[in-house]
Design a protein around this ligand. Structure first.
Ligand code: ADP
Length: 448
């Protein structure tokens, strides 16, 4: 059975082919837009998860959006929530637009007039909706001469300039400006939607960068306070230390046996207090990046032997053996001897003695494949899986560490890690669990 005559069938076939081709073309171009949008969203996501300042983030965003979608201009303005002034954050231009701009000699500060005097921008703010115009000079009305902007428009073939409000929680935090070399009506609905989808991502990324900036500033203030308080306390403690030491040395004449005993305890406690405060100060300095490491070649062997010597009394007190194994020859490395020897090595041996109620400690210093490996193995309280998560973090003392070490603060290993990181080395701990002892390792580059 035939429904159509031959000619009608041919006509139908050709019109079907045309419509199939058209629909395929439409699908293909939609697919291309979709791919571009997805790839742009992926890139914007990658940018948004970086913890960087709003200025750098803005620059990365405008550059990425402009080059992905071949816009002539992409710009971001931020709005000050108190005086409602718009400030340019970042701009990206096509080569031809940049050339035209530099030819015109106009200042590259693309600040706009007060928003209240700019009808185009004002309506975006009051209606919280995007707007587009054929005239680029609507953005810089009253700031950059009309003829100058007209020359830019012509050089870059700009047909449309659109402004999108950047909205977070219903509040406008800024404005995204896009200039393209196509009429707005020639954009498919799909293209328009794809623009709207990345505008939201830009707003979120920027909001996160501002939050990060605020947080960093408040952290800095807090660090400053900690630094100040620690410094003051250190001053008082130092005076106490000198006073108790003076009493014990007889500077104030003869004192009773009770006063002497009390002064001995007070002096030891004050010294522990000084160490704690110094650790907090060092941690604060390390975090602020104000510690300068004095990198010089030195031999690690004497540093290890000195640290061992200092712990002999404490170990003997517990009838504990300190077994030392050191490979032959020097252990030359480049680094800050005071920080590595005086802090890291000392802290690890000190911890091993403190956290081992009874048993023994093996200290070794060996060379392996161009590296120096320092290890302290103890038969002490061991480390629980839960405590392992906080080791080497600020204040990361063990849940029960205070039971074995009343002066536990959790700063020693944090500082040690910062120091070893600055020397591009590795520090880590191994323990099979509570009661099974621990081994702490440090790996450092040997000098060739
Ligand atoms: P502190 O000893 O003042 O607490 P550290 O930063 O030196 O600070 O150590 C952090 C935590 O690591 C300790 O509180 C303890 O729980 C654990 N730790 C360190 N060394 C040992 C060790 N040799 N054996 C068992 N636990 C240890």
């Amino acid at each position: 059975m035939r429904f159509f005559g031959k000619k009608a069938a041919t006509d139908l076939a050709s019109s079907t082919i045309t419509s199939v081709t058209e629909s395929l073309y439409k699908q293909n171009s939609e697919l291309a837009v979709r791919n571009k949008t997805l790839s742009l969203l992926r890139q914007l996501y990658q940018i948004s998860i970086q913890t960087i300042e709003p200025e750098s983030l803005g620059k990365k965003i405008v550059d990425t959006v402009r080059s992905s979608l071949e816009f002539e201009l992409v710009g971001i303005f931020t709005i000050n929530s108190t005086d409602k002034k718009l400030t340019p954050l970042s701009f990206a231009f096509s080569d031809r637009l940049r050339e035209a701009m530099s030819k015109s000699g106009e200042s590259t500060n693309l600040g706009v007039s007060d928003i209240a005097d700019n009808e185009f921008l004002l309506s975006i703010f009051t209606e919280k909706k995007s707007r587009h115009t054929e005239k680029l000079d609507h953005i810089w009305t009253g700031v950059i001469p009309k003829e100058t902007v007209a020359a830019w428009t012509e050089a870059a073939h700009i047909k449309t300039t659109a402004g999108y409000p950047l909205i977070i929680n219903g509040e406008i935090m800024g404005l995204l400006i896009l200039s393209l070399n196509r009429e707005y009506d020639s954009l498919t609905k799909f293209e328009q939607e794809s623009i709207a989808s990345f505008v939201d991502v830009v707003a979120i990324a920027l909001d996160k960068a501002y939050l990060y900036q605020e947080l960093a500033a408040s952290n800095n203030r807090q660090e400053g306070l900690i630094h100040f308080i620690s410094h003051e306390i250190k001053g008082f403690l130092a005076k106490n230390e000198a006073a108790f030491a003076g009493i014990l040395e007889g500077d104030y004449g003869d004192v009773s046996a009770e006063a002497k005993e009390l002064s001995e305890i007070a002096l030891a406690d004050t010294r522990k207090g000084v160490t704690t405060v110094m650790d907090i100060l060092s941690a604060s300095n390390l975090k602020k990046g104000t510690i300068k490491f004095d990198m010089k070649p030195f031999d690690l062997k004497p540093a290890v032997l000195d640290a061992v010597k200092d712990q002999l009394d404490a170990a003997a007190h517990k009838s504990m053996a300190l077994n030392v194994h050191i490979d032959d020859g020097a252990f030359m490395m480049s680094g800050d001897e005071k920080e590595i020897g005086g802090h890291v090595i000392r802290n690890l041996i000190d911890n091993a003695v403190k956290y081992t109620p009874k048993g023994s400690i093996d200290i070794s210093l060996v060379k392996q494949d161009g590296k120096i490996i320092f290890a302290v193995k103890d038969s002490g309280i061991g480390i629980t899986d839960e405590d392992k998560k906080h080791l080497f973090t600020e204040g990361g003392r063990g849940k029960d560490s205070i039971k074995t070490n009343v002066n536990s603060t959790g700063y020693g290993l944090f500082i040690a890690k910062q120091v070893i990181d600055a020397h591009k080395g590795r520090i880590w701990a191994e323990s099979e669990g509570p009661g099974k002892g621990s081994t702490f390792y440090v790996e450092l580059e040997m000098m060739k």
